[in-house]
Ligand binder design. Sequence first.
Ligand code: SF4
Length: 275
Amino acid sequence: MADLPPYLSPSSATAFDGCPRRWMFKYVERRPEPSGQAAIVGSFVHEVLEALCGLPAPERTQDRAKELARALWPSVEENDDYLGLALGEAEARAFRWQAWLAVAGLWRLEDPAEVDVLSTEQKVTAELAGVPFLGIIDRVDRVSGRLVITDYKSGAVPAARWRADKLQQVLLYAAAFEQIDGQQPDRARLLYLGQRVLEVTVTSPKIEEAANQLAATWDGIETACASDRFDAKPSVLCGWCPFANDCPEGWAELVQREAAGTLPDHAPARLLALA
Ligand code: SF4
């Protein structure tokens, strides 16, 4: 019988829904999951924007953001996951540029000098529909006296059919924030940097729906942990799974997709199928 985690975060819930076996490798066996290029860019961008929003509002300019990015970049270059990418000089330059474009993408969506920031990187714990929930809210703003929850995304905007699912995350943050603060936020937003804003008006029924979905995932985790059975859920995402080598179903999926020509060339685990 596997130990239940003390909390469920949105990323852990998404991971379990995506593939319980992969979740087990990461959250039960605690195997390290190296950050890929996208995740490294994401955490760098979050760090820069957190530092930027900690400045007095008039100082939140692109020039100051560049200074902050320059100051923080060396820590990225020392990171093991970054070193593991083994980038050549030109690739490293392109990577740095990609990271900066994500930071600068904020100005395509809003002027941070005009944002009334109440908090950044706020850790929230709460019990939502019986689930011990843990989240870190990128930013809480005040707009015309009302509260707005904001989460930054440096990846691509999801297809229309997945957007409601993605907004569940910020609805859960809104629910946890309300439990702690006593005020229900007015809106919750995902800022896809450089692209567009996805937004939802926060209401009690929407919060309840998001919390119930979280509870369904938690039930699945409880059942899996109690029975020590974590089913594999093979999909194209096996191509990005660092544990594919230890997962027969995932490995078979890779081989079958490679034979059918449906495994993208840039999928890191493709090498397994070619071996
Ligand atoms: S290889 Fe695929 S099926 Fe196996 S754990 Fe990874 S994502 Fe799940």
